[in-house]
Design a protein around this ligand. Structure first.
Ligand code: CP
Length: 306
């Protein structure tokens, strides 16, 4: 039995196969429409979500399976003090696979150690969001045709943004990746990623504060929201929340084929006027999230469709 806690749980070859499967699902949805008949996905979400929970549910329904679960800690027995270890033992009696989001770093890992079914980390605190990373990789590979030899700008809350942490870990395995880390001083990438992931692996990166300075060099601009829920005080959040706003005029500084990605939800960091720019790929990215989660469910359940 296999779980997914981090994008690094899959080798590069395994990831390639998973992304190939997702692309095949995109092209031939009918072929997969009954692949999970009789199977159940539990979505155990202790933190709010729109895309991750609903795209997991859509993925399982598209595969002919069923879904059950809860969408907040308050509506589960966590509110009465039940541990994730006990909850997953119970969910193992009801479902075949579980996607879990939790505000505490490591909670899905703890659950996986007691689980009788595959557990997928659907986001744990400020730590990792591996299925967002699979979504991002599928989007980049599908729209750019490659995952290597790219200059990637990561902009916004690089301190608390778990999607950024997972994406850096995944992308450094491809040749010719360079990062431009764009953030205010207070929201810089954590030092363990700068030193133990980037520097230790000899990955070229620069850190800048002005988005305008980075724009002309980028193949991908990955915008992120300032993570209000991880701030200790409201005053700091209010001061930093509008630090970056991507506008039409800033887009004029970018390459003609640069892609704008965002894990969403956005707050103010991308002006709605950018949505009509053909380089704005964030809504297509959300669609790729369904295909890649379908591929992941099939892979973890060991179901092959010929
Ligand atoms: N990208 C993402 O994780 O969105 P949700 O929080 O809506 O699931």
């Amino acid at each position: 039995m296999r779980h997914l806690m981090s994008p690094l749980d899959f080798s590069v070859d395994e990831l390639d196969k998973l992304l190939d499967l997702a692309n095949d699902i995109e092209k031939n949805p009918a072929k997969y429409a009954h692949a999970c008949e009789g199977k159940k996905l539990a979505t155990c979400f202790y933190e709010p979500s729109t895309r991750t929970r609903l795209s997991f549910e859509a993925a399982m329904l598209n595969l002919g399976g069923s879904v059950l679960g809860f969408s907040s800690a308050d509506s589960s027995s966590a509110a009465k003090g039940e541990s994730v270890s006990d909850t997953i033992r119970i969910i193992s009696c009801y479902a075949d696979i579980c996607a879990m989001r939790h505000p505490k770093e490591g909670a899905p890992l703890v659950a996986s150690q007691k689980s009788l079914i595959p557990v997928i980390n659907a986001g744990d605190g400020g730590h990792q969001h591996p299925t967002q990373t699979l979504t991002d990789l599928l989007t980049i590979r599908s729209l750019k045709g490659q995952l290597g030899n790219l200059t990637i700008g990561l902009c916004g809350d690089l301190k608390f943004g778990r999607t950024v942490h997972s994406l850096i870990n995944a992308l450094i395995r491809y040749p010719g990746i360079r990062f431009v880390l764009i953030s205010p001083e207070e929201l810089r990438i954590p030092s363990y990623i700068r030193e133990e992931v980037l520097t230790a692996n000899g990955i070229p990166f620069t850190e800048v504060e002005r988005l305008e300075d980075a724009m002309p060099k980028l193949d991908i601009l990955y915008m992120t929201r300032v993570q209000k829920e991880r701030f200790f005080n409201e005053e700091d959040y209010v001061r930093l929340k509008n630090y970056y706003i991507l506008t039409k005029s800033k887009m004029e500084l970018a390459k003609k084929d640069m892609l704008v990605l965002h894990p969403l939800p956005r707050v103010n960091e991308i002006s709605v006027e950018v949505d009509d720019d053909p380089r704005a790929a964030y809504f297509r990215q959300a669609q790729y999230g369904v295909y890649v989660r379908m591929a992941l469910i099939l892979t973890l359940l060991g179901i092959e469709v010929n």
